[in-house]
Design a binder for this molecule. Structure first.
Ligand SMILES: Cc1ncc(COP(=O)(O)O)c(C=O)c1O
Length: 472
C-alpha cells in the first residue's frame, strides 16, 4: 500500500518530458485522438494566440482548440467571470436555479427571436455530442420518428447517437449495429463536386437530386397518400467543419430548405464549431438566410473554459407540454461556472462588433492564403473562407489530387517548434480536416493582429518550402 502511494507521489513530481510521455503511453487510454501525432505533444502554458511548450517555445495557434477558444487563451474578461463565479457560487446541483443560467438562456432565445422571428427555449448540457443527443430526443419526441438525414462529410460527435449521424463509418466500426444510422446526402463541396458538375452551370443539381427522393413512393422516402416522409429531420453544419471548412454556395441552403418545408422535415443546425462568429455571424446559418428549427451549440460559448453546450429549439418542439421535466438530464449541465462564462461571452459578443472584426481579419487572411496558393500552385489546390473560418487544401502537383502525406508532413513539421518567425523561434499549430485528410482548417483567434496574420502566412510558406522543396 505504502509503496503505491510513494510511487504516486513520485509521479506527481515528474518533470522530465520523456518520463511523462512514457507514463502516458502506459497509463492513459489511447482511445482519444492524442496518438494521431507520434510522439504526442505536451504544452504547458497558453496566452492569446500562443501555446507554449515546456521549453518556453511559443507556437502560433491557427486552430484555437477546434474553434473553442476563439476569443483567445486567457481572455481576461472571461477568466474574471469564471474567477468571480468561483468565489460566489462555484457549485450547484442542476436541479436548482441560479441567475446566470436563466439570463444566458433568455439572451440566446431573445437573440434568436430577433434573428429568425421565432420563439423558443434553451436547454443546456455538457459537451457538443451530448447536446446533439438531446436534439435527437427532441426530434424523436416531436415527430415520433427516428430516421434523419445528414451530410456526407458531416461530423456531430462521437457518442453513439452522434456517431449514427456522423458520416464516417470509421467511428461506428467495432461498435455494433447502428439501426438509426442517418441517410447521408452529398454536401455541396464544389471543388470536388460529388456529381462531377461545375458550380457555374450546375443549377444546384445536388438539391434536385435530393428533391427527387420524394417524387414517388418507390424512391423509399415519401408516402404520398399520407403526405409524410419517413425522415424527421436533416442535420446540417452550415459550413462543414471536420469535413474541411467546406463552404456551400449561397443559394444552396435556401433551395434545400424549400424541399424540407414541402416535406415537413425539420432543419437541425449544428453550430458547435461554426457558431459564435467563427463564420462571421453569431450563427453561421445566418450567412444563408434560412431559419433552423433547432440550433445546437457548444465550444466557443465559454471560450473553452467550461464544457458547456446546449440547444435552442422552436417553442412548439420544446415547450413544457411536449418536453416535460426530466426529459433529459446531466449532473453538470447548466453548471454555474459554465453559464457565468457563457453569459459574459455573449455579452462581450453583443458589445464588440465581431461581425466587422471577423469580416475584416478574415478577408485579410484569405487574401494572403490566396496569394500563397497563386505562388505555390503545385502544393495548394483550393483556398476559401467565410469570416475567420478558412481552408487550405493541399494537393499533388496537378493542383487537384489530394496529398495527404504532404499535409501530414507540414502539420508534423509545424509542431516541431523550430520555425523562424522574424528572428524568433516558433512553432505553428495546425489542424487537418477534409474528406481526404488534406485540408488545413484554420480557426485563428479573433484578436489576431494583421502582423500576426502576416507571420502565420510566412510560417506556412516556410513549411511548404521545407516539406515540398521539389514543388516550389
Ligand atoms: C460540428 C460539430 N458538431 C459536434 C461536435 C462534437 O462536439 P464535442 O467534441 O464537444 O462533443 C463537434 C466537435 O468537433 C463539431 O465540430
Amino acid at each position: 500500500m505504502s509503496s503505491i502511494i510513494n510511487d504516486l507521489e513520485q509521479t506527481a513530481f515528474v518533470t522530465d518530458e520523456q518520463e511523462l510521455l512514457s507514463l502516458e503511453r502506459k497509463y492513459c487510454s489511447w482511445g482519444d485522438t492524442v496518438h494521431y501525432l507520434d510522439p504526442p505533444k505536451i504544452f504547458e502554458r497558453a496566452e492569446g494566440n500562443y501555446l507554449y511548450d515546456r521549453q518556453g517555445i511559443p507556437y502560433l495557434d491557427l486552430q484555437m482548440w477546434y474553434s473553442a477558444a476563439s476569443f483567445g487563451y486567457g481572455n481576461q474578461r472571461l477568466n474574471n467571470a469564471l474567477k468571480n463565479q468561483i468565489d460566489k457560487l462555484p457549485q450547484l446541483a442542476c436541479q436548482y436555479l441560479h441567475p446566470e443560467k436563466i439570463e444566458l438562456a433568455a439572451t440566446i432565445a431573445r437573440l434568436n427571436e430577433s434573428k429568425f422571428g421565432l420563439e423558443g427555449r434553451v436547454h443546456f448540457n455538457v459537451g457538443g455530442a451530448q447536446a446533439i443527443e438531446d436534439s435527437l430526443k427532441i426530434v424523436r419526441n416531436s415527430t415520433g420518428k427516428n430516421l434523419v438525414f445528414a451530410f456526407m462529410g458531416g461530423y456531430h460527435g462521437r457518442t453513439l447517437g452522434a456517431s449514427a449521424i456522423t458520416s464516417s463509418y470509421r467511428y461506428r466500426r467495432r461498435y455494433g449495429h447502428f439501426s438509426d444510422r442517418a441517410h447521408f446526402v452529398p454536401f455541396p463541396y464544389c471543388f470536388r463536386c460529388p456529381y462531377g458538375k461545375k458550380r457555374e452551370d450546375c443549377g444546384l443539381y445536388c438539391v434536385d437530386q435530393f428533391a427527387k427522393n420524394f417524387e414517388t413512393e418507390y424512391n423509399s422516402f415519401w408516402d404520398a397518400k399520407a403526405a409524410e416522409s419517413e425522415f424527421s429531420a436533416f442535420y446540417v453544419e452550415p459550413i462543414q467543419a471536420t469535413g474541411g471548412y467546406v463552404i456551400p454556395p449561397p443559394e444552396y441552403f435556401p433551395a434545400l430548405k424549400k424541399v424540407l418545408d414541402e416535406r415537413k422535415i425539420l432543419l437541425v443546425d449544428d453550430e458547435i464549431q461554426m457558431g459564435f462568429y467563427r463564420a462571421g455571424k453569431f450563427w453561421a446559418i445566418e450567412n444563408f438566410g434560412v431559419e433552423p428549427d433547432i440550433i445546437v451549440f457548444g465550444k466557443a460559448l465559454t471560450n473553452g473554459l467550461n464544457p458547456l453546450s446546449g440547444l435552442w429549439a422552436r417553442e412548439d418542439l420544446i415547450s413544457p407540454q411536449v418536453f416535460p421535466p426530466g426529459s433529459t438530464h446531466s449532473t453538470f449541465s447548466a453548471n454555474p461556472l459554465g453559464t457565468a462564462v457563457g453569459l459574459e461571452a455573449v455579452r462581450m459578443m453583443e458589445e464588440k462588433n465581431y461581425e466587422k472584426i471577423t469580416a475584416q481579419k478574415g478577408a485579410y487572411f484569405l487574401a494572403q492564403i490566396r496569394d500563397l496558393q497563386r505562388r505555390y500552385p503545385k502544393v495548394i489546390g483550393d483556398t476559401d473562407g467565410l469570416g475567420m473560418a478558412l481552408r487550405i487544401e493541399i494537393c499533388q502537383e496537378d493542383g487537384y489530387e489530394p496529398d495527404r502525406e504532404l499535409t501530414d508532413r507540414i502539420f508534423t513539421e509545424g509542431i516541431q517548434g523550430d520555425l523562424d518567425a522574424r528572428g524568433r523561434r516558433m512553432g505553428l499549430v495546425l489542424d487537418i480536416g477534409g474528406y481526404y485528410k488534406n485540408v488545413f482548417t484554420l480557426a485563428p483567434c479573433f484578436d489576431m493582429t494583421e502582423e500576426e496574420i502576416d507571420i502565420s502566412v510566412e510560417l506556412l510558406e516556410q513549411l511548404i518550402r521545407r516539406c515540398a522543396p521539389d514543388r516550389i
